[in-house]
Write a protein that binds this ligand. Structure first.
Ligand SMILES: Cc1ncc(C[n+]2csc(CCOP(=O)(O)OP(=O)(O)O)c2C)c(N)n1
Ligand SMILES: [Mg+2]
Length: 322
């Protein structure tokens, strides 16, 4: 494994940051201190971080409505994200994007996306760019099980496979699309099987296990960088919160959720494996937990104190300026 102590600690820091960021948002929205419609990524941290640990700023990521985790894993500034969620002019999109449209092109983050499936063709186009320009870069499309029923998914996979684009399609199968179990609307057990009709390589990973995602994503990304074409990587995962903050969760049992949280929490699993193997020390992890908590407190304080965009900003950063 090419993960040394430093890289493992960075992966843990990003997973912890995602978890803590989402827990904070849940508290802030529930307390009425933050508005908007927010979809939390907690529980799925190993997917974003397992994949993005292979990427640099020249690689691209297309994301979803549940995009905070992808942004953090790709290295987007957390204080800038928090300010964005508070709608402040110091936000990464100057307060005009919000939760579902956080983008940071310098980091290769093409944007969270309010359109289910909408990030898939964007990431495919970025893959075409990388291929045409011969940058050696790869493009990752993160999307959900629900999005794999979208036409854009099928069109993109067909084109990418036909043109051998350097794209990895990462389907985050968390068992639900909004309030509907995946099994109710998807007639295949493994979404990875959908790759067959496009002559595409596929892999399945335990999306609650950083190490498994890291290994499978590594294989897919290496193939893409070598010009061997795209992969459909299915990560079996689970969201710890509801579809959105405020979801009454009437469609799944408490026992089911508890089982995933108690037995498959990706942060706990990372810690057990990395500590048992003597790769990291628990004290290092606790130090990271503390640093992450302080960084978030500072980010919230700065966001609350920052100004809202002024009326003169209404027509800037938009495509059509009448
Ligand atoms: C094109 C489109 N159709 C419907 C919606 C409403 N919608 C928002 S999230 C969602 C479910 C997405 O499920 P999945 O792709 O599995 O992602 P998850 O929320 O589970 O991460 C739906 C139907 C939307 N935003 N865009
Ligand atoms: Mg889903």
């Amino acid at each position: 494994m090419d993960l040394n102590r430093e890289r493992l600690l960075e992966a843990y820091r990003r997973m912890r940051m995602i978890r803590a960021f989402e827990e904070k948002l849940n508290d802030l929205v529930s307390a009425g201190k933050l508005g908007g419609f927010l979809h939390l990524y907690a529980g799925e941290e190993a997917v974003a971080v397992g994949v993005c640990s292979h990427l640099g700023d020249d690689d691209f990521v297309g994301s979803t409505h549940r995009g905070h985790g992808h942004c953090i894993a790709k290295g987007v500034d957390v204080a800038g994200m928090m300010a964005e969620l508070f709608g402040r002019s110091t936000g990464v999109c100057k307060g005009k994007g919000g939760s579902m449209h956080i983008a940071d092109i310098d980091k290769g983050m093409l944007g969270a996306n309010g359109i289910v499936g909408g990030g898939i063709p964007l990431a495919t186009g970025a893959g075409l760019t990388a291929k045409q320009k011969k940058t050696g870069g790869v493009s990752i499309a993160f999307f959900g099980d629900g999005a794999s029923n979208q036409g854009q998914f099928h069109e993109s996979l067909n084109m990418a496979s036909n043109w051998k684009l350097p794209v990895v399609y990462v389907v985050e199968n968390n068992g639900y699309g909004e309030f509907t179990p995946t099994s109710f609307v998807v007639p295949v057990k493994d979404i990875a099987d959908r790759s067959v009709s496009y002559g595409m390589h596929s892999l399945i990973a335990d999306g609650m296990d950083f190490f498994d995602v890291y290994e499978k994503a590594g294989e897919a990304i290496e193939r893409a960088r070598k010009g061997e074409g795209p992969t459909l990587l299915e990560c079996k995962t689970y969201r710890f919160y509801g579809h959105y903050i405020g979801d009454p969760l009437a469609y799944r049992s408490k026992d089911e959720a508890e089982d995933w949280k108690q037995n498959r929490d990706p942060l706990d699993r990372f810690e057990s494996r990395a500590v048992e193997a003597g790769l990291v020390d628990p004290d290092d992890l606790r130090e990271i937990d503390g640093a992450v908590a302080s960084e978030l407190e500072a980010a919230i304080e700065a966001a609350e104190a920052a100004p809202l965009p002024g009326p003169e900003e209404v027509l800037t950063d938009v495509y059509v300026n009448p």
